[in-house]
Design a protein around this ligand. Structure first.
Ligand code: NAD
Ligand code: WQD
Length: 335
């Protein structure tokens, strides 16, 4: 099966490409390298022994997308490409709406035109906001997005939903919780092209002396006062995409648009993340306590039973393994 992976040189995309290649899929990547490096292709080849086809294109350019889709025969598309920095999206909302939604609409329209009607879409647990109940399942109400970025995921899901209603198209949206860590080889991971905003890269950068960690708020209604998230190893996230794309291509889906949570089902606090890091890395991670960060939810973790049952997928790697791999990646970057 030949899969088009948009954003395939990015963090989650590159890990998914590795899993696809290792499992016999052919892969064609398109990416504009706005948040990734072309060198990732060499790393993918080192890990898998195979080099995926690649085009550097901007998915917002209709003609460029058509050039790729019209001359290849793809069985399915995994659409990762998007901007993802929450704070930046508040500063530059139109840049986010344009990039994340125009690219999605181009992919939908052109794949439909050329008869590829299987799409896996990267969504986010941010659609749940502060959930009314935990663990949060896919039936929980969508809350008003706190950022333009989060809104692009909500609108993206709605666009797909509406498009599918009027077509023979099929799609699966995967709502990732907090993907962390890196491939075990430390050849691919999250590239710190922009200053990271996420906890785990800031922890590893702090431990190596490149950053300073502030813990945002210790007065939440949680056991240690810090926020709780469902941190999931990026390799587990990657593996779910194989199952999802295969499900669509082989018509195993139960409805034209399915949505699944991708999490571990466990919640960990910020302080637990720091303690776990110090335990597995054997180095200290100093931090200061700081005020709450605007827009943060107090606690969120996934009910994964739908994905477990329907996809036959379950997160297998532990929080410790994920953090250990993130540290190995940080050391590789600074090697
Ligand atoms: P990433 O930035 O590492 O990867 C995204 C890739 O898309 C990058 O390589 C970038 O260059 C490319 N890209 C962006 N806009 C493009 C365009 N117009 N044309 C072509 N390429 C373009 O991000 P990631 O962490 O791998 O995230 C992948 C997807 O998962 C995104 O849609 C993101 O919103 C979503 N997501 C990520 C997280 C997370 O915490 N990392 C959580 C939930 C959802
Ligand atoms: C985790 C916890 C912070 C940094 C974001 C996006 C979400 C999704 C995943 C894409 C929170 C605390 C963090 C720091 C801290 N991305 N923290 N000090 O906010 O759950 O989700 O990434 O879809 O849409 O919003 O992840 O890693 O930023 O924060 O104390 O320097 O760590 O307050 O409690 P978040 P995060």
């Amino acid at each position: 099966m030949n899969i088009l992976v948009t954003g395939g040189t990015g963090y989650i995309g590159s890990h998914t490409v590795v899993e696809l290649l290792n499992n016999g899929f052919d892969v064609h990547i398109v990416d504009n390298l706005s948040n990734s490096s072309v060198d990732v292709l060499d790393s993918i080849e080192k890990i898998t022994g195979k080099k995926p086809a690649f085009n550097k294109i901007d998915l917002c350019n209709y003609g460029d997308v058509e050039n790729v889709i019209s001359i290849n025969r793809f069985d399915g598309i995994i659409h990762f490409a998007a901007y993802k920095a929450v704070g930046e999206s508040v500063e530059h909302p139109l840049m986010y709406y344009k990039n994340n939604l125009v690219s999605l609409m181009n992919v939908l329209e052109l794949s439909d035109k050329y008869g590829i009607r299987n799409l896996v879409f990267s969504s986010s647990c941010s659609v749940y906001g502060e959930p009314d109940y935990l663990p949060v399942d896919e039936l929980a109400p969508i809350k008003k997005a706190v950022s333009p970025y989060g809104n692009t995921k909500q609108i993206g899901e709605e666009i797909i939903h509406d498009f599918i209603h009027s077509n023979k198209y099929k799609a699966i949206a995967l709502r990732y919780f907090n993907p962390i860590g890196a491939h075990d080889t430390a050849l691919i991971g999250e590239l710190p092209i922009n200053k990271p905003n996420n906890l785990i890269p800031i922890i590893t950068q702090t431990a190596i002396g490149k950053n300073k960690l502030s813990v945002f708020g210790n007065d939440y209604h949680t056991p240690d006062g810090t926020c709780i998230r469902d941190y999931i190893h990026v390799v587990d996230v990657a593996k779910a995409h194989l199952v999802a794309v295969d499900r669509l291509i082989n018509g195993k889906n139960k409805s034209p648009f399915e949505i699944f949570n991708l999490g571990t089902g466990n919640g960990n606090s910020v302080l637990e993340a720091i303690q776990t890091f110090e335990k597995v890395a054997g180095v200290p991670c100093p931090y200061i306590l700081a005020p709450r960060r605007e827009g943060d939810v107090e606690k969120v973790f996934a009910d994964t039973s739908l994905a477990n049952r329907e996809l036959g997928w379950k997160a297998e790697l532990s929080f410790e393994e994920a953090i250990r791999s993130a540290w190995k990646w940080e050391q590789h970057l600074n090697g």
